[in-house]
Design a protein around this ligand. Structure first.
Ligand SMILES: O=C(O)c1ccccc1NCC(=O)[C@H](O)[C@H](O)COP(=O)(O)O
Length: 212
């Protein structure tokens, strides 16, 4: 089965075009004002129109209000929501409210963090295993932090899943090989500065993924 990729935190037409030209299966739009990748609804709507049916649009949220999710789903014609820092109960409620596919980001640092995964079965459609960022970090994702991929070796997954956290063109092959991931997600690893995507890095990442 081929490996597919989500390029997260896109915010400009040229970098979105690079992701689409490279064959990204998913593009991620961040709705979190503290993020350097945050999009206003009008920006997101323009990028969504440019995407068309070439990739699935995923909105990224951190413990969001219902209203933010509803407005973003409409404005950016989201196919999926990606939720950070939500309990299983809150994830289930937001999934019902949004009416689209729902992903939950599970912050992973140790094996104990993976024990939370089964509770999301029935509350979400996909788990995104992402690296846990430091407690004092500005963001719960998009920080270029990776976790020990050996934690996923032999793991039983309660839901379809994707791998994230500190991936780049140089390490994505090893990450996919070690974990068995069939969907990988990247943000910082295709940037030249926080929030500034690089078209060449996006192309290199997607070329590497296409070889897997
Ligand atoms: O990217 C952000 O700014 C962000 C902000 C708040 C919550 C989540 C965020 N990103 C989530 C993602 O899907 C990232 O792609 C994922 O955490 C991996 O990021 P990176 O390690 O930088 O590749």
């Amino acid at each position: 089965m081929p490996v597919t990729a989500k390029i997260c935190g896109l915010s400009t037409p040229d970098t979105l075009d690079a992701a689409l030209a490279g064959g990204a299966s998913h593009v991620g739009f961040v709705f979190f004002p503290r993020s350097p990748r945050h999009l206003a609804f009008d920006q997101a709507a323009a990028l969504a129109a440019r995407t068309g049916e070439r990739a699935r649009r995923v909105g990224v949220f951190v413990d969001p209000a219902d209203s933010l999710v509803v407005e973003a789903v409409v404005a950016a014609r989201l196919d999926a929501i990606q939720l950070h820092k939500v309990t299983p109960a809150r994830a289930a409620a937001l999934r019902r409210t949004a009416g689209v596919e729902s992903w939950v980001a599970l912050a992973v640092k140790t094996a104990a963090d993976l024990a939370a995964a089964p509770a999301y079965a029935g509350a979400a459609d996909r788990l995104l295993y992402d690296a846990k960022t430091p407690d004092d970090a500005a963001l719960p994702g998009g920080m270029g932090v990776r976790f020990d991929w050996r934690l996923l070796e032999g793991a039983r997954h309660p839901l379809p899943w994707a791998l994230s956290g500190g991936l780049d063109a140089g390490n994505v092959a090893e990450a996919a090989m070690r974990t068995g991931a069939r969907l990988v997600d990247v943000s910082s690893g295709v940037e030249r500065a926080p929030g500034v995507k690089d078209v060449d890095k996006i192309a290199a990442f997607l070329q590497r993924v296409a070889q897997l």
